[in-house]
Design a protein around this ligand. Sequence first.
Ligand code: TYD
Length: 205
Amino acid sequence: MYFITFEGCDGSGKTTQVSLLTNHLQSRGLKCVTTKEPGGTPLAQEIRSLLLKSEIKDPITEFALLSAARRDHITNLIQPSLVQGITVICDRFFDSSLVYQGLKKGLDLDFMFDIHKKVVGALEPSLTFLLDLAPEIIIERLQRSANREINHYDAQPVSFHKSIREGFLLLAEKFSSRIVVINADQPIENIAKEIFEKFSMLTKT
Ligand code: TYD
């Protein structure tokens, strides 16, 4: 069983690809569960509502809330699933904190890694798919998707999405054995095919 995470800017197509990978694996008889952060359990979902309601300016407070949600998510959903041999596919994880609260809002990265170690223990994603997209395309996509829940994280200028993208690419360079960068400016089926192929390489190692 594996712990797979998806990362990227809002509007990069993570949700679609999470569900396509899940269907693909389930059709091949692999047990898997789909989840997301912040969220995934009733308590974490309540914390998510707090985080999305209005912007929390202080990154330590924001990271503390995200970590509390993550701890509950790991304890009550991720670990128990992995122990039962179920693959977990998660939309966002700690890389998002490193980019949004760390690289973007300036929270000290060593501090974040320290807290993270205490929150998650030894758990690490087996593989992370980074869906990479130019900020101009992101803005266009976010404006087009009228029926999605718009929150303060979405209402950002191109420069914001540009720095988030750069943050993720920096992490991909640093953790190159775990993070696979996928060009998200392609037809959905092509992206999915690339993801299935990378996943099957993981299962062969
Ligand atoms: P997400 O659920 O992916 O947004 P949506 O459902 O609108 O696609 O995430 C909500 C926001 O939370 C997203 O803009 C990024 C932010 N976020 C952080 O700032 N730090 C984190 O650690 C996580 C997991 C998310």
